[in-house]
Each structure stands twice: as C-alpha cells, then as structure tokens.
Design a protein around this ligand. Structure first.
Ligand code: RIB
Ligand code: CA
Length: 311
C-alpha cells in the first residue's frame, strides 16, 4: 500500500487520475487531495476535486485548497481546453462534502512530517503547492518517498513551442522541485502523447455503463476534441492518469535517469524542461524521465479499474 497525496488542478484528465487512484484501494492509500490553480482558478479546482470524490463515492477523502496563483508569474488558466467549469463534458452536481480548512501546503507539510515511512507526492498540475511546502518546511524533504509528476517534455512543448502547461504555469516552482534532491519521476508530453483517447478506447470506457464511465467518456470527449484536432492525433493525449498508472503498473512504462533543468530566465523558452537525454553535460541525473508507454496496456488497466467504481 503506497500512501500518496494527489496535488491537482481538475481538469478532466486530473479527474480521471483521481478516479483511477480511487479504483486502486489495495495498492494506493490516498491520504489527501490538494488542489492548486492551473487549468482553472483555485476555487474551481477545489470544487472539481470534491465533485470527483463524490462521483467515486469517496466523500471521506480530505480535499484541501492550496495556492491561488503561481509563485512568481501571473496565473494563466486553460478554459479553452477544459471549459468554463474545468470539468466540461460531464454535468456533475455541486459537491456537498466540505473543503478542509487547513491550507494544502500545511497539510502536505504535516502529513509528510507525520508519516514515519514517507509519502509519495503525485502532482498533476503546476508545482506551486509542492515548491511552497519545500521552502516553508525543508524538513519534509527526506520524508518524501518520491515525486511522480505529469509535466514537461523531452521534445516539443504544448503551451509554447518550448514548454508544457504545468511547468510553464509555474516554472519557478518547478525549478525548486527539480533542484530539491528528491526522487523524481517525470511523465511529460513525450509519453502522454502516446496515450491517445481514440474513439475505440472511449467507446470501451463508455461501454462500462456506469455513471462514472459516462462522466469519464463525456469529459474526455470534451477536453480531447481540441487537442486531437490541434495535434492532428487519432485522439487526445491522456496526461494525468499516467502518473497513477505508473504507480500501479510501472512495467507499462520505460525511461532513463537524466538531468533535467528548468528554464526560468528566457521569455522565449520559459518553463522548458531542458532534458539532458543524451548526456551532453556532466550534470548529475536528478530525475527518471519516462519516454515510452504500453498504451494498450494502459487503457486496459484504466478501463478495468474504472469498471470497479460503482459511482
Ligand atoms: O500539459 C498537460 C497538463 O496540463 C495536464 O496536467 C493538464 O491537466 C494540464 O494541467
Ligand atoms: Ca492537470
């Protein structure tokens, strides 16, 4: 049983990552869900996380609101991808479960200091909460078992030619995290663009026939439309659930330990993950960067697990 904190900015793909985690109660203990401004504003990501918990029948999960903006740069949200609510494509009822009073950063610190055997952090949005927790309380660093994050890219960016959305939104936070000396696994666009929500895969999810499956299919159809057209792909890349799938079935993935630096100076390449894939420098590896996925195996895992959620 791996204790994890999912730090997210739901966002349809974050929602599916949460659902996949809730569908793995034998393997993952979701100690808490922390939310951050990213895809949409914090008020919405905090509300959306609770909507998804209730969809999965998990109103017992503690949800916390974190930072309402990046550490240095202004917040730039992505309603054009995720819709006004951030979860367009599924009409989920307003949550009845309460948001926790404690700030997400304080929850992350208290949980890490209080967990004897360490906790794995699973950020699927901008790294603002994680970085602020590290700065506020450096004693948490040895208590982090690992960070498995969705973000960055070896190759082309998405939000800009150079940068992927999560890292671009808060590059300074990303720099803090990538220089913290903590065990990092980075799942970037190179791998998530291999995990495409093709019509056949969406049909298999919809065929599960539960309210959870209907919501997932609706959300992914909505958020996928623009991405599939934009990238000229057979379906939209499914980003955030790759983080949870990596914890459940690491053999579905492959990558290598390399050095990753974050661009925080040049406006042209701001937020780029500069991945030393070919060992061009003597910079020591600070991350395992994943570049391959067994996409069929991933979708088989995702579909099978979603079917377990009655919701
Ligand atoms: O670039 C993809 C990432 O940005 C995903 O986490 C998506 O939810 C958005 O946050
Ligand atoms: Ca996200």
């Amino acid at each position: 049983m791996i204790p994890i904190i999912i730090d997210c900015d739901p966002g349809q793909d974050d929602a599916v990552a949460l659902l996949l985690a809730f569908a793995a109660p034998q393997e993952l203990e979701v100690v808490g869900v922390t939310t951050v401004a990213g895809n949409v504003a914090l008020e919405l990501t905090a509300e959306n996380a609770r909507k998804v918990c209730e969809l999965a029948g998990r109103s017992d999960v503690k949800v916390f609101a974190g930072c309402p903006r990046p550490t240095v740069r202004p917040l730039r949200t992505a309603e054009h991808v995720h819709g006004k609510t951030g979860l367009d494509g599924a009409d989920l009822p307003a949550p009845t479960m309460k948001l926790q009073d404690e700030h997400a950063v304080d929850f992350i610190i208290a949980t890490l200091l209080g967990h004897e055997d360490g906790v794995t952090l699973c950020p699927t949005g901008p790294l603002t909460n994680i970085a602020v927790a590290m700065v506020k309380e450096p004693r948490i660093l040895p208590k982090i078992s690992g960070i498995v994050l969705m973000g960055g890219a070896i190759g082309a960016g998405s939000t800009t030619p150079a940068a992927e959305f999560n890292i671009y939104t808060d590059p300074h936070a990303a720099e803090t995290v990538f220089t913290a000396g903590v065990k990092l696994t980075m799942l970037g666009l190179d791998v998530t663009h291999q995990a495409l929500t093709t019509p056949e895969r969406l049909a298999a999810i919809r065929a599960i026939g539960t309210p959870v499956a209907a919501a997932v299919a609706g959300m992914l159809e909505f958020s996928g439309k623009r991405n599939a057209e934009r990238f000229g792909l057979a379906g939209a890349p499914l980003h955030d659930p790759c983080v949870i799938a990596y914890l459940l079935a690491p053999d579905l993935f492959a990558g290598r330990e390399v050095h990753v630096a974050i661009e925080t100076a040049s406006e042209l390449t701001m937020g780029r993950t500069v991945v030393d894939w070919w060992g061009s420098t003597d910079r020591p590896a600070n991350a395992t960067v994943i570049d391959r996925i067994d996409a069929d195996g991933f979708f088989a895992l995702l579909t099978e697990r979603l079917a377990r959620l009655e919701g």
